[in-house]
Design a protein around this ligand. Structure first.
Ligand SMILES: [Zn+2]
Ligand SMILES: [Zn+2]
Length: 213
């Protein structure tokens, strides 16, 4: 099994976790043996989040999507954003907030799970009033955490250890854009995302009654 950042390998990781006896856990009870907390910080693309969410549902995986209210790339209050939240929920996933410090815009669209976008160390792991911070105790433990940030697993792809049941429990941060769009580097992947968004954006312009003739 080659560790690529592709949806095919993501599916293999989910199956490895199931083979290893892990249970997909939301952030609503402290980590227990066998829990796998799959967290998605949605930084750039609702389309990528939805594509990953559909694949997870096919595999019987319920995970946690954290959406931004202050992104420059998408708007959860738009028609598309509202539809995305509804679809994520109908697939069985949780929807929390990926917040921009110091703003915690928690409202009834979101489950009370909040992780900061591009956090500074001073507040990354601090408790947040009225919400679970996945980067704070008891959900965060450096030995029970893996992240795919910037197209690189800090401590390696976890699939082998998941299949072997080697982690007592684990939190994995997966950014959907990195897996949905092709590329062998973050830069290539972002170029592929921008190419894919071009057609979609043209359709949105037409819908917005822009004359493209
Ligand atoms: Zn792997
Ligand atoms: Zn982020």
């Amino acid at each position: 099994m080659a560790c690529s950042f592709t949806l095919d390998h993501y599916r293999e990781i989910l199956r490895a976790a199931q083979a290893g006896g892990y249970r997909f856990a939301p952030f609503d009870a402290p980590p227990a043996p066998g829990d796998l907390f799959l967290r998605h910080d949605v930084d750039l693309s609702l389309e990528a989040a939805l594509e990953m969410a559909e694949l997870e549902a096919e595999e019987g995986a319920a995970t946690t999507y954290l959406l931004m209210t202050r992104s420059v790339f998408y708007n959860p209050a738009s028609r598309e954003g509202e539809a995305a939240i509804a679809r994520l929920r109908s697939l069985g996933h949780r929807v929390g907030l990926h917040a921009v410090h110091p703003h915690v815009d928690l409202d009834d669209r979101f489950d009370p799970v909040v992780a900061w976008h591009n956090p500074e160390p001073e507040y990354m792991t601090a408790p947040i009033d009225g919400a679970v911070n996945p980067m704070a105790a008891p959900y965060f433990d450096p030995v029970a955490y893996r992240s795919d940030s910037n197209h690189r697993w800090r401590s390696g792809c976890p699939h082998e250890e998941l299949r072997a049941g080697a982690f007592p429990w684990l939190q994995v941060l997966v950014h959907p854009e990195i897996w949905v769009y092709a590329g062998s580097t973050m830069g290539e992947t972002m170029e592929a995302m921008l190419d894919a968004q071009q057609a979609h954006r043209l359709a949105l312009l037409a819908e917005d009654r822009i004359d493209m003739s």
